[in-house]
Unconditional design. Structure first.
Length: 509
């Protein structure tokens, strides 16, 4: 009899142990599913779940969440509740319910089901994962999850406010570009009547364009031209009392400046290095400007200019200076304009034959001796590329952006790839408010509509800062993204290369 009782007790203990092992295994499977649903890949060394969640939220929304047929429960992180329900059922309805560590874990599970990052406990997911370890059910995401696993959206990797040091410029108005002679150097002037003017030169470092910034107040003389970026031989101004008459002023050592009066028919004029370019009577011209009193070079007739109210644009490469003329025509409508282009290479001007119709806000970039106008309109990126022989127009497929555009989108050609960049707004399911970020998409024009979006910088809730405006400049295969915020030092600068890699611009002492 005693033997039978002992045997029965042994069987009972074995069954209870088996039920507990089964419950632990099921609980662990549910929590592993939850951690993969919330976090995706395993955390890096030193990374917290809270930091990963912020990065995932900054990169939202997912395409599935923006689909008209998607259920709200399919969106992240709501879809992770399924795993929490499984975990709660294993604790509450089985042998683990009477144990203290699983009971404490269950309390966190029930709270995370309501809100994974409540305002009074933003680190709730970290707390839950620590409680799982204490309950002997560690629940880190698997390094190689099966294809059936429901993973979190990929986290963004934006620059943080700590990484992106503001430029030492206290002027908040939009900068103006200062023409120079070195294609690798971008010079910007910042002016506000209430403070001293500033200038910044963005120069190459070890062959990487736009890698370093040197800034200073003009009146203190600390913003000298960058090495190799020689000063132009003079400057342009309107004649006294005549806003429609122009004159070229060239300094002469130890003497009064020399003044050249431009033709009265001149409607617009610019000095690009030592090249004077102007439009007069529906034709445009160029001539070389030597220093001092030396005679100007002979005019080069670049041909006819159609339309009215001409404006000059210019971009520069290491081998050529590319200049375009924008004019307006009522027959084209308010959003289109005529464009003509010419390039100066090896000391010779050559105009591209014909003319092209281009959006009035298009960006001009150049590579070699070719120039490209790019613009984003009605969810399509269009480019007009002009070389020495002809202009060709190409357009992308219609783009669907899974984020709300917070202003005009900048479009440009960067090393033969289309770049679309601007302010975006996305829902923040964890913070309960909109996430503001600077986003870009880069790919060959034919693939840009299906390319992935990349977050460069985000708002303060995601380790960034306030961004009110974005301006982009392209030079020598790289882009400078200038972010303007509301800090006492309002500008931050990011460099993007032709492959889409982005880093902070170094600020020289």
């Amino acid at each position: 009899m005693v033997v039978l009782v002992a045997l029965a007790l042994a069987v009972m203990v074995a069954r209870r142990a088996h039920r507990r092992r089964s419950a632990v295994q099921a609980l662990k499977a549910a929590l592993v599913g939850y951690s993969e649903c919330m976090l995706g890949a395993p955390l890096a060394e030193g990374e917290t779940a809270t930091a990963r969640l912020r990065r995932i939220e900054a990169g939202l929304p997912e395409r599935v969440a923006t689909s008209e047929t998607a259920s709200p429960d399919d969106a992240w992180p709501l879809r992770c509740r399924f795993d929490l329900d499984r975990a709660h059922a294993e604790i509450a309805g089985g042998p683990l319910a009477r144990e203290q560590a699983p009971a404490r874990l269950d309390a966190l599970i029930l709270r995370a089901r309501v809100d994974p990052a409540p305002a009074d406990a933003p680190d709730l997911v970290d707390d839950l994962l620590r409680a799982a370890v204490l309950a002997s059910v560690p629940a880190s995401p698997r390094r190689y999850p099966p294809a059936t696993a429901r993973l979190a959206p990929p986290p963004a990797s934006p620059l943080t406010a700590t990484q992106l040091t503001p430029l030492p410029v206290r002027v908040s108005s939009s900068p103006d570009e200062i023409p120079g002679t070195d294609a690798r150097v971008l010079r910007l002037s910042f002016f506000d009547p209430r403070v001293s003017p500033w200038t910044c030169s963005f120069t190459p470092v070890r062959g990487e364009a736009l890698r370093e910034a040197r800034c200073g107040e003009l009146e203190r003389g600390t913003a000298a031209p960058a090495p190799g970026d020689a000063a132009p031989p003079g400057h342009l101004r309107t004649q006294r009392g005549r806003f429609d008459r122009f004159e070229l002023v060239r300094p002469v050592p130890d003497a009064e400046p020399h003044v050249d009066y431009l033709p009265s028919s001149t409607s617009t004029v610019a000095l690009y290095g030592d090249q004077l370019v102007w439009v007069a009577a529906h034709r445009w011209y160029a001539r070389t400007v030597p220093p001092g009193r030396a005679p100007l070079g002979p005019p080069v007739d670049l041909g006819e200019v159609a339309g009215e109210s001409p404006e000059l644009q210019r971009c520069q490469t290491t081998t050529a200076s590319v200049v375009g003329v924008k004019t307006f025509d009522d027959a084209l409508g308010g959003r289109r304009s005529w464009r003509v282009m010419a390039a100066r290479e090896d000391g010779t001007w050559r105009r591209t034959p014909g003319r092209a119709v281009v959006d009035v806000g298009a960006t001009l970039t150049c590579e070699g001796h070719a120039g490209t106008w790019s613009w984003f309109d009605r969810r399509v990126v269009t480019q007009v590329r002009c070389n020495a022989d002809r202009c060709e127009t190409h357009a992308s497929e219609r783009m669907t952006l899974p984020w709300d555009v917070g202003g005009p989108l900048y479009a440009a050609d960067l090393g033969g790839r289309a770049l679309v960049l601007g302010l975006g707004a996305t829902p923040g399911p964890l913070t309960g408010k909109t996430v503001a970020s600077v986003r870009m998409r880069m790919a060959p024009l034919a693939a840009i509509s299906h390319a992935a979006d990349v977050v460069l910088f985000a708002d303060q809730a995601h380790d960034g800062a306030v961004v009110a405006d974005v301006t982009v400049y392209v030079r020598d295969g790289a882009a400078l993204v200038l972010l303007r915020g509301d800090d006492p030092l309002p500008y931050r600068a990011v460099r993007v290369d032709g492959l889409g890699n982005f880093v902070p611009v170094t600020i020289a002492e």
